[in-house]
Design a protein around this ligand. Sequence first.
Ligand SMILES: [Zn+2]
Ligand SMILES: [Zn+2]
Length: 388
Amino acid sequence: MSGGVERAPLGSLNVTFLGTASAQPSSTRNHSALSLRLGGDVWLFDCGEATQHQLQKSTVKMGKIEKIFITHTHGDHIFGLIPLMASLLNGSGGTTDGSEDPRLHVDTKTATLEIYGPLGTRAYVRNGLAYTHTNLGASYVVHELRLDSDPQGDDFTAISHLPAECTFGRNIQQVNGCWTDIYKDSIVSVSAAPILHSVPCVGFVITEAPVPGKIDPSKYVPALKRTKTPMSAMRQLQQGEDVVLADGTILHGPPRRDGRKVVILGDTYDPSPIAGLAEDADLLIHEATNAHLPGIDANTKDTDTYKVVEARTKSRGHSTPQMAGAFAKRIRTGRLILNHFSARYPGDDSENSKAIMNAIGGLAAAQYGQDVVCATDLMSVEISFRDK
Ligand SMILES: [Zn+2]
Ligand SMILES: [Zn+2]
């Protein structure tokens, strides 16, 4: 844990969707990945095939990636991780005999890139790098979120640490069903919990620490002037501190308000285990892989009903828009954005595609009780403070 790490206040908190497809990528939707920009720093959540290309098309700076969180090890969420690491960490395919490769002597006391994921993430990365003879020029570490039913020790692979892999990767055990504060610094913390899918899968909750409250200068300036207190006292008040004036009066700064909270789920047919951690989020990102759209989607089978589609969707470990909307309502999130759409819903600019995506959003909104946005690739949203 990095509890002692100082981070500058965030200012902007931004989500950019880099890939919004399930199963098969298309020309309009890439495999899963999204970036969370914390001020200037970048965290990635999932890293499907060609995430590098999507980063290049976006305004997200690849060189600013600090951490990558993997929800589960299905290929559409992780196939892009090793090539991205090779670019980010200056990888190379080795040197011929007699030439020294400095990449074989990487300083691994600290990690340039931190990766978090379920059991198998570390082994996948290590084996992928080893068998492709990829030597990295900077260090990385993999922390794994181990389920109670997982083996709690070892690395799940016979290959031992590579020259660029830090040896302090943790195997984080569940406590009361969750992984609390898997990362924490002075400004943000990350917790996680399992969510139900066809394979072990994790959802992440990112929470900003309380921020200074809104200050009303008219409440303070007359007293400061009366006692000839320097106006710089306003800075202390803005931080929520008390200021004692020359005449003994004590001014109290406005109380701090809750920071922002973002919930990023992986694939799921039931995210109930994360409901407690996710409550009152400002933004929930939830998958909606399949929908029943009679009269709107021409491919709808005559024999299908909503119940049939829901059962089929759940059997593959996924959700319908209605399921996503119901969960959003249950945790009282301020905003819901859907992602991870079937290749049947390309989300292009055609009237037909627009009607389908509108209908998907509408089905979720009917359960949630508020408008719902369906993500498109490279869509970017700013997360603002919510008056709770
Ligand atoms: Zn998926
Ligand atoms: Zn999956």
